[in-house]
Design a protein around this ligand. Structure first.
Ligand code: BG6
Length: 476
């Protein structure tokens, strides 16, 4: 089946659009073999369509998109339209209709809202009051994360969206859900009975989810200083990983069933006591031998900012499967290196058959799912070391994605293709996003922020959250 799509990108000249969206769109159009496309960039500043085209070309070249793929993309219709007040949305709708008529497009409209949460409601209201909301084909609304800035704003934004769009037209993005290794989590759990049989409180002692970044705010202080790590990473990326690790198998593998299971997990998370959370902010330090500035000295960060760049939390899921198993979540910027890991620690054997010096309890089996980079997984198991006696050693059974996967599509590519084909599985439903905010709302106004040196792995006080073995966070 061939398809033709009108892409209307709000926030088209912003960082996300330039670095991720435009290159991924070019690749998706080639990969999905769209028969025709138009790209309409929308922003608040006046620009010409030529300026926009130049920005698109620069973005393709910076992302080193293949020449053939770029040429195919650039052969579509490109234009730019500024919006300021409600009337300008009507003008935008007429502009879109004119292009669709001129290019003989069926008016399948993908409205991509790459705008900060503060602009979301006004953008949706503008779209709702204009002819944009109803093309002759399908109309789908894609909303970037973070969706809202707290529970109340997320509920309000959902209400505003639902006044015009049905939930099956709404695609709330969390790009981690498009990563191959994150998509593999359900496959790993629900097709390997070896793991699924033991994936519960009877066999697992603790689960740790770490998303560490070595980058700082990376030129995005205007956005980040208002958001902070709880809104930027914990409420979405880490929470999505948590739900995929903890959810029950859905009755069928469709979007609605998966979303419902994820909501059930979030509803079972016990309210997080203040003491079970440590917030941090990076000071100056060094990463990979290079000195880097502290957060408060980054350009664009407000004086006396109380924005956290690190958060660690201990969470409990009060359901049949997980009661009593702590889930440790940790994410931060300017940590020693970039890595995203899930560490599942199994209980030790009940009795000690092989005596060893000092500690006879045996090791824990530890399953590490490496989400990025160096994608893969490993399981530590005990084996007898060759030779006399019964010396026990631990060895990894390891798999690297490099051995099984030639090249994985970028997360945005996967997600854009799913929007084009109308598959909501890898997106976040309205009740899911609200259930996540409910957990983290109490953390948003805290001012007890511990400083950690850039290049370390967060404030030392975060170690006290680990109440199971080995008593410290996984080394990264
Ligand atoms: C984004 C956050 O959603 O995810 C950024 O806004 C963060 O602050 C980024 O750096 C991490 O994503 P990735 O795919 O680069 O690991």
């Amino acid at each position: 089946m061939t398809k033709a799509v009108t892409f209307v990108i709000f926030g088209a000249t912003g960082h996300l659009s330039r670095t991720k969206l435009i290159p991924s769109l070019a690749k998706v159009i080639a990969r999905e073999d769209l028969s025709a496309h138009a790209v309409i960039g929308v922003g608040s500043r006046d620009r010409s369509s030529e300026d926009f085209m130049a920005l698109v070309k620069a973005s393709l070249s910076t992302a080193q998109v293949d020449t053939e793929v770029s040429e195919r993309f650039l052969s579509g219709s490109f234009s730019y339209h500024a919006v300021s007040d409600e009337r300008s949305y009507d003008d935008l709708a007429s502009h879109v209709e004119r292009i669709e008529a001129a290019e003989a497009l069926p008016a399948n409209r993908l409205l991509y809202l790459a705008v900060p949460p503060s602009k979301l409601d006004a953008t949706v209201v503008g779209i709702a009051a204009s002819g944009l909301k109803s093309g002759k084909g399908w109309t789908r609304l894609v909303v970037e994360k973070p969706f809202g800035t707290d529970l109340a704003s997320a509920v309000r934004s959902n209400d505003i969206i639902h006044a015009t769009f049905a939930e099956d037209q709404v695609y709330r993005i969390d790009h981690f859900l498009g990563k191959e290794t994150v998509r593999n989590l359900l496959v790993f759990r629900f097709t390997n009975s070896l793991f699924e049989q033991t994936w519960n409180r009877r066999h697992i002692e603790s689960v740790e989810i770490t998303v560490a970044e070595s980058l700082g705010v990376d030129g995005r202080a205007a956005y980040f200083d208002e958001s902070g790590t709880v809104r930027d990473m914990l409420q979405n990326h880490l929470t999505q990983i948590l739900t995929l690790i903890a959810m029950e198998p859905p009755a069928v593998m469709d979007a609605a069933s998966i979303h419902s299971e994820k909501v059930k997990v979030l509803s079972a998370v016990r309210p997080i006591p203040a003491d079970d959370v440590v917030l941090g902010r990076y000071g100056s330090g060094s990463i990979g031998g290079e000195s880097v500035a502290g957060y408060l000295d980054e350009p664009g960060v407000s004086d006396g900012s109380l924005t956290p760049t690190f958060v660690a939390a201990r969470m409990n899921i009060d359901n049949w499967r997980w009661h009593g198993v702590p889930f440790y979540l940790r994410t931060g910027k300017r940590m020693s290196r970039r890595t995203s890991l899930v560490t599942v620690r199994y209980l030790r054997p009940p009795i000690c058959l092989f005596h060893r010096e000092g500690d006879c309890r045996g090791h824990q089996n530890v399953l590490t799912l490496r989400l990025q980079p160096d994608e893969g997984f490993e399981l530590l198991i005990d084996v007898k070391q060759p030779g006399p006696g019964a010396m026990i050693g631990q060895i990894p059974l390891a798999v690297s994605y490099d051995d099984i996967l030639e090249s994985a599509p970028d997360a945005y590519e996967t997600l854009l293709a799913d929007v084009i084909w109308g598959d909501q599985t890898l997106f976040v439903r309205s009740d899911e996003v609200e259930a996540a905010w409910k957990l983290y709302d109490p953390l948003l106004d805290r001012s007890d922020i511990h400083t950690y040196p850039a290049g370390s792995n967060g404030p030392e006080s975060a170690d006290r959250l680990i109440v199971t073995e080995p008593g410290v966070w996984t080394a990264i």
